[in-house]
Design a binder for this molecule. Structure first.
Ligand code: DAK
Length: 254
């Protein structure tokens, strides 16, 4: 359906692969356009419970925005490209389903920004992370200056953002940039295992919890707690809440 993005639905778990392996899955205009289309479809698909994003091939998740395509841009075009990238990363972040980044290799620049727009990150031992933009004479432009400090704290984020240093998966784990590090051959199996745990939980409850986690951090605590109270209340109008709680009560009677 798309040239640069592959989408497969494995029993309700969608695997979205960035598919430009010869360019280490660098994000060019075609990938961005395919991604917008694909993410719109995923958001509206009631048969997708969880999304896993990964890169095609065994070398790279996404090695950043396409440098060849960016090099000739003027200031106005650069700003437009940055806004498009921000829009796509925000589409990933705002998907109703939880999103796992299965980082199989390089996650650099726009690739790291894509990984941090996901709900969580599972990394292969071979993965490498960084924001090399300042070395190219630009700022990170797909949300990195804002999402990275929110995820790992201002000190570590500024270290990565200002030095352009590339770190390995173990260091990324120490920095809190990734949540788990596994052997390369175990990456997809581990991501599927995590996805299945979420799938087993109540779908509505998981999606509401995601909304609270996402919106809450941006809001003052009192407003965020009100989101939580409303989401909590809404769950009591679902079949899953009645059935799952009744099952628990029945089990305890035996
Ligand atoms: N763009 C285009 N092509 C890339 C690429 C990239 N980011 N990364 C790799 N490739 C291509 C290489 O050109 C090469 O293509 P061929 O020569 O074979 O045609 C192929 O992938 C294999 O790469 P290498 O030959 O370089 O492979 P190595 O193993 O030697 O090195 C590497 C792997 C990942 C260390 C190296 O490729 C590398 O350093 N790549 C660039 C990584 C990088 O700097 N990424 C950040 C890109 S900048 C903004 C908007 C957007 C952005 C910023 C601001 N505003 C509007 C403010 C976003 C910026 C970025 O993401």
């Amino acid at each position: 359906m798309w040239n640069t993005v592959l989408l497969e639905n494995k029993e309700g778990i969608a695997i979205l692969k960035i598919n430009r392996p010869k360019a280490l899955n660098a994000l060019n205009a075609e990938v961005m356009s395919d991604l917008q289309d694909c993410l719109t479809k995923i958001a509206a698909d009631a048969f997708i419970d969880v999304v896993i994003i990964t890169g095609e091939g065994d070398r790279s998740f996404v090695a950043g925005a396409d440098i060849g395509q960016m090099q000739p841009l003027n200031a106005e075009e650069g700003a437009a490209w940055g806004r498009l990238g921000q829009k796509v990363m925000t589409m990933i972040e705002n998907l109703p389903q939880p999103v796992i980044a299965a980082v199989n290799g390089f996650a650099l620049g726009g690739g790291n920004e894509m990984a941090i727009a996901c709900d969580m990150r599972i990394a292969s031992e071979k993965a490498k992370f960084g924001q090399p933009e300042v070395g190219l004479g630009i700022t990170p432009g797909f949300g990195g200056t804002q999402r990275l400090p929110r995820l790992i704290g201002p000190g570590r984020a500024r270290y990565l953002l200002y030095t352009a240093e590339i770190i390995d998966a173990q260091k990324a784990l120490e920095f809190g940039l990734v949540d788990m590090v596994v052997a390369p051959e175990a990456l997809m199996e581990t991501a599927m295992g995590v996805a299945k745990k979420m799938q087993k939980a109540g779908k509505f409850a998981v999606q509401q919890t995601k909304q609270c986690a996402l919106r809450g951090v941006e809001a003052p605590l009192t407003t965020a707690l009100e989101f939580e109270a409303q989401a909590f209340g809404l769950c009591f109008s679902t079949e899953a809440q009645k059935t799952n709680m009744q099952n628990f009560l029945n089990k305890n009677k035996k």
